[in-house]
Write a new protein. Structure first.
Ligand code: 9D3
Length: 244
């Protein structure tokens, strides 16, 4: 997977590239991140990348020209190629979108700053737009890192030891059960006895019940699309009835 990031702040990515999962994948040659400074494609003595909005109003808008020229400088490495604009107005980035994108060979991520980006970047240059959630960031850079982290760990071979990504939260549509390690007692709180019992079937049932309980309490919206067995539905019915 090759990522090309178009940004006014390439330095923001240095520790991300060095330290994250994609960083380890880079060492293995499975993921490659190329940073492109939009300012180096600006023109004139002042290398202007933004301008005042047509129609008036506060704030500045990123110009289409420098972004367009930065995009033209990106070398296409394959056929599975998508240009993605990170914007608060974009389609919501979810695990399902991450899986879709992980099948591509190359993703170009355009990071906006200021109040926004000239609309023609979205309509004429980008194939899709993404938002990472309903909160206001100062720019698209953190969103680009979120997308790269989530997508690159789905690329085959990226996760160390091939630990199954299907075990992860959200892969079966439920929140995870609680985890415990030593010590057995912490702040007078004991590890649930069932986890020390050695009874693997009991442990499996307990974990599934806690997974369902947490999802019901915290994210009932996830239950709509979760992969639920008959056993799961019985447990859920009990949890709803008994209020525990
Ligand atoms: C002042 C009105 N804002 C609209 C909500 C304008 C605005 C806010 C934040 C324009 C750009 C930004 C910068 N954010 C992003 O570029 C961004 C973002 C985000 O803020 N939240 C979630 N996902 C994303 S992806 C890119």
């Amino acid at each position: 997977m090759r990522f090309d990031v178009l940004t006014l702040f390439p330095d923001l990515f240095s520790s991300f590239v060095k330290e994250t999962i994609p960083g380890r994948a880079i060492a293995k040659g499975l993921v490659d991140i190329s940073l492109i400074d939009i300012r180096s494609f600006a023109r004139g003595p002042h290398l202007v990348t933004d301008d005042r909005p047509y129609g008036g109003g506060d704030g500045m808008v990123m110009k289409a020209g420098p972004i367009s020229r930065a995009l033209q400088s990106v070398e296409k490495v394959g056929s599975g190629f998508r240009v993605i604009l990170l914007t608060p107005q974009g389609r919501l980035f979810t695990q399902a979108v991450a899986w879709e994108l992980s099948r591509m060979e190359q993703l170009v991520l355009i990071c906006g700053r200021y109040e926004g980006v000239d609309e023609r970047v979205r309509t004429e240059l980008a194939d899709m737009d993404l938002s990472i959630g309903d909160y206001v960031l100062s720019g698209g850079e953190l969103a680009a890192m979120v997308v790269m982290d989530a997508v690159s760990r789905l690329v085959p071979g990226v996760l160390g030891g091939e630990r199954s990504t299907r075990e992860d939260s959200f892969e079966d549509g439920l929140l995870e059960y609680p985890h415990y390690t030593r010590p057995r007692v912490f702040k007078d709180r004991e590890v649930p006895a069932v986890l020390l019992s050695g009874d693997h079937e009991k442990i499996r049932q307990w974990r599934r019940t806690e997974s369902l309980r947490r999802t019901l309490e915290r994210r009932p919206d996830l239950l709509e699309n979760a992969a639920l067995s008959e056993e799961d539905r019985k447990i859920l019915a009990q949890l709803k009835e008994s209020d525990n």
